[in-house]
Design a protein around this ligand. Structure first.
Ligand code: NOJ
Length: 579
């Protein structure tokens, strides 16, 4: 038992439930229409009781907010509209008292063009900060593709003053830092040290692929080890704080994913799972678990210390760029039929509940998958109540709406005039704050909020999911995805019906090779039929395992008990989580 609890707390990120918060959209404490740190601190009790264990704060540093804070002007301060460093420390301390860890975005692929380093760098070719950025005489070789097609058409921008071009993998106002410059690397370590000292438990590494990419980019030389920047960051982080983590954002092909963990598990701890996310939407659109199954099987094995992070929605466009064009079209037809719902030719600007017309069954199906599939789950603020979106807000801003706490005019987000809010408030329609809010859902035991909270609590009680070995199970129903996770003598099984038909599923639990489970007992942990017991059909022949009944878009979570009645855990290390 001691071995088990030791692993769970030492490798806490493998059993974590992460909650992404855009502080400016969450809770306003001083009625200026912008969420802030004191507001977030007031809501920490809510987050702790929801059951999440780690908050990821989207960029909090000073910025002109031309890209939601991903354009930083000072790495050692907090945006004045969000509060002071004192407010940040108050928030971190309260979070720690409640058992919540907090990480935040570290955006070091680029700065804002307003950052004093870039202002210096562009002041003359011989300025000491010149080689903190990537310059060249002509942009004769374009790194592949641009990140925001339609908004930018090149990765190079001409600087009139000094007559050279600078590299920007994102917007032209976000010049790329020269990661090959040792001074830049030292500065990155220093900023990590600063935020760790304040009490953060790690960082989301924005745009991780560009930190290790070298192809065609002067200043990023392939002759030295391209992985070195991530490995250096990890080395520094772990020396300063052994339990701190790096969570990477890398939307890359499955065969490139292992690059980010490092061969010896000495780079990133966690990686956002864009591969699975895209498979999920294709499966939901087709009402067929096939694509999700394929994408799960495509995921590479990762070092024991590492793990993927699954999500239903992130705070950007929902990108489908790894699907084929016909597959993208299928998802668009089903979930984003109008051009105004799409972005960059391969993305969707909606949150899930409006995409499925508020169908609770489909919404719960998605979150049941999120919390029961292998790896670490991440929830974006408001998903637990079915927050909608605002398509009248341009671009990716449509999903970053104000959190809805109550049915008051400002949705409980702020007492300012809603016309003055920085994030849009969804006040009208089926997803408006009068219909969808925390207070109302708290009172209703069958609300989405209460269902999601139960999923989270049960997920945390099932370390098999985060630590164990998983595999897909055979069923006689092509519309059903079944998988099991085994770790240290415990076995967790989940079934998900992707179709709109009720089904009886015969399941091959594949238990012959798991000691003692064959003759064991199946316990229902959770199911779509809230508060009801598992419906089974009498076994035929008597003594055989009965089929499981699944409602349309239904799900069931099960635990297999060994026939000696124990849920005991054998000693031994965790097995690789994937594959
Ligand atoms: C990824 C972030 O999620 C996105 O919002 C941002 O625009 C780019 N990185 C550039 O920092």
């Amino acid at each position: 038992m001691q071995v088990r609890s030791g692993f769970i707390s030492d490798l806490w990120w493998k059993n974590a439930v992460i909650y992404g918060v855009d502080v400016k959209c969450f809770q306003d404490s001083d009625d200026d229409g912008i969420g802030d740190f004191p507001g977030l601190t007031e809501r920490l009790e809510y987050l702790a009781s929801l059951g999440v264990t780690c908050l990821w704060l989207l960029p909090i540093m000073p910025s002109p907010w031309r890209d939601n804070g991903y354009d930083v002007t000072d790495y050692y301060n907090v945006h004045p509209r969000l509060g002071t460093l004192g407010d940040v420390v108050d928030c971190l301390r309260t979070a720690r008292e409640l058992g919540l860890r907090v990480i935040t975005d570290l955006v070091v692929n680029h700065t804002s063009d307003q950052h004093p380093w870039f202002q210096q760098a562009r002041s003359s070719r011989d300025n000491p900060f010149r080689d903190w950025y990537v310059w060249r005489d002509r942009p004769d070789k374009e790194p592949e593709g641009v990140s925001f097609p339609g908004e930018e058409d090149s990765n190079w921008c001409f600087d009139e003053g000094t007559g050279q071009w600078y590299l920007h993998r994102f917007y032209h106002f976000q010049p790329d830092l020269n990661i090959e410059n040792p001074k830049v690397r030292r500065e990155i370590n220093k900023m990590m040290g600063f935020w760790l000292q304040l009490g953060f438990s790690g960082f989301r590494i924005d745009a991780a692929p560009f930190l290790i990419e070298t192809a065609g980019i002067p200043g990023k030389t392939p002759d030295h080890d391209p992985q070195a920047p991530l490995r250096d960051m990890r080395g520094f982080l772990s020396r300063r704080r052994g339990d701190a983590i790096l969570l990477g954002e890398a939307n890359v092909a499955p065969d490139r994913l292992t690059d980010y963990f490092g061969e010896r598990g000495d780079e990133l701890h966690l990686l956002l799972n864009f591969v699975l996310n895209q498979g999920l939407y294709l499966s939901l659109a087709r009402e067929d678990p096939g694509p999700l199954r394929d994408h799960l099987e495509e995921l590479p094995k990762v070092p024991r210390i590492g793990q993927f992070v699954n999500f239903v929605r992130n705070a950007d466009e929902l990108t489908l760029d790894k699907l084929s064009k016909p597959e993208q079209e299928e998802v668009f037809r089903r979930f984003a039929p109008e051009a105004s719902m799409r972005l960059y030719g391969h993305g969707i600007r909606r949150r899930l509940p409006p995409m499925v017309d508020g169908d609770r069954r489909r919404i719960e199906l998605a979150y049941s998958l999120l919390f029961s599939l292998p790896d670490t789950p991440l929830l974006l603020y408001g998903e637990e109540i079915g927050l909608g979106d605002d398509l009248s807000t341009p671009g990716r801003g449509s999903v970053r709406v104000a959190m809805q706490w109550t049915d008051r005019p400002g949705g409980g987000f702020s007492d300012a005039d809603p016309g003055e809010f920085l994030p849009p408030l969804v006040s009208e329609g089926p997803f408006g704050s009068r219909q969808v809010n925390v207070a109302a859902q708290r009172r209703d035991p069958r609300s989405l909020l209460n269902r999601v909270a139960r999923m989270i609590h049960l997920r945390r009680e099932a370390p098999e999911i985060g630590f164990g070995r998983w595999r897909l199970l055979d069923t006689d129903q092509p519309g059903v995805l079944a998988h099991r996770c085994d770790w240290e003598g415990g076995t967790f099984v989940a079934l998900h019906n992707f179709t709109g038909n009720a089904v009886q599923v015969k399941l091959d639990l594949g238990d012959d090779d798991v000691e003692g489970v064959g003759a064991g007992r199946v316990e229902e942990l959770f199911a779509d039929q809230a508060e009801e017991h598992l419906e089974t059909v009498p076994p035929e022949p008597p003594g055989a395992r009965p089929p499981f009944a699944l409602q349309p878009f239904g799900y069931q979570w099960l635990r297999l008990h060994r026939d000696d009645g124990s849920d005991g855990f054998r000693a031994g290390g965790p097995t690789a989580s994937s594959g």
